[in-house]
Design a protein around this ligand. Structure first.
Ligand SMILES: NC(=O)c1ccc[n+]([C@@H]2O[C@H](COP(=O)([O-])OP(=O)(O)OC[C@H]3O[C@@H](n4cnc5c(N)ncnc54)[C@H](O)[C@@H]3O)[C@@H](O)[C@H]2O)c1
Length: 264
């Protein structure tokens, strides 16, 4: 992989993002952390909500000193409320909400328990609901705001043994459209990014442990490789910026052409 694919957004400037107040859920690692860094690189003030306290501490070390970290779950309305209140206190509100926290669930459907199914709904869907509602209350009072949801290519095309993941991510795609049209006249844009396979630490581990066949994934991907976290962050930053001011209600793929490919 050439280094160019892993270049952060910092070489593209969006001056309107300077000083914007950005919440990234699930921001302690993976795509969330990459997006938090990319927004911080644009001069944004960043807050993270994540379950992982140690991960949050590590993430905060990699972010500007005014970044906030709140330990809690997007599925818990009270945790979400406390996070937004902390942003109100420290930053005076929120301009951009990145609904990134999400869980994968790779299990044959006959072995999927009702409890696990419910957990996927709670995190991947209810979490987006709680955070979008709390964000929009503030954005409507402000007259503007942007929400970017993390959907997935597996909310667009299906994969076996991922029932809860596919169902919730297609739900996120539809929530994106429903919220976009409901809040358009309030000055809020809502879009989603739908990544394909991205080279996160977890994916690296699975490849190294031979539990994921990178060669097969590369062969199936028209662009011939996995995506990088920076390539997803680039899209999220663009969608949050004023350059995307006429874009709302869209689910934008960043998948190397995976979902466009109809063969095999
Ligand atoms: N990595 C990929 O290839 C890929 C592809 C498509 C979509 N996505 C989506 O992108 C998002 C991020 O994926 P990732 O690969 O970076 O995942 P990850 O597992 O590396 O990171 C997810 C973060 O969310 C946090 N989290 C989990 N449950 C939470 C909860 N209830 N409340 C708050 N935080 C919680 C975790 O602690 C973790 O820090 C997810 O929504 C995922 O479905 C990822």
């Amino acid at each position: 992989m050439s280094d160019d694919h892993a270049k952060a957004t910092a070489d593209v400037r969006y001056p309107d993002l300077e000083g914007q107040r950005v919440l990234v859920t699930g921001g302690a690692s993976g795509l969330g952390l990459a997006m938090a860094k990319a927004f911080a690189g644009q001069g944004c003030r960043v807050a993270l909500l994540d379950l992982d306290r140690e991960g949050l501490d590590r993430a905060l070390e990699a972010l500007p000193s005014d970044a906030l970290g709140h330990c809690g779950s997007v599925a818990d309305e009270a945790d979400v409320g406390r996070t937004f209140e902390a942003m109100d206190e420290a930053f005076g509100g929120v301009d951009v909400a990145i609904n990134n926290a999400g869980i994968a669930m790779n299990v044959p459907t006959l072995e999927l328990t009702a409890k696990a199914w419910q957990k996927a709904l709670d995190v991947n869907l209810t979490g987006v609901f709680h955070c979008s509602q709390a964000a929009a209350r503030r954005m409507i009072a402000n007259g503007s705001g942007v929400i970017v949801n993390l959907a997935s290519m597996y909310g667009v095309v299906a994969a076996p043994e991922r029932l809860a993941y596919c169902a919730t991510k297609s739900g996120v795609a539809m929530m994106t459209k429903a919220l976009a049209i409901e809040w358009a006249d309030k000055g809020i844009r809502v879009n989603a990014v739908a990544p394909g396979y991205v080279r996160t630490a977890l994916v690296e581990e699975l490849v190294e442990a031979d539990r994921l066949d990178e060669t097969a994934l590369n062969r199936r991907t028209p662009l011939g490789r996995l995506g990088t976290v920076e390539e997803v962050a680039d899209l999220a930053v663009f969608l949050a910026s004023d350059k995307a001011r006429y874009i709302t209600g869209q689910v934008v793929g960043v998948d190397g052409g995976w979902t466009a490919y109809g063969y095999v």
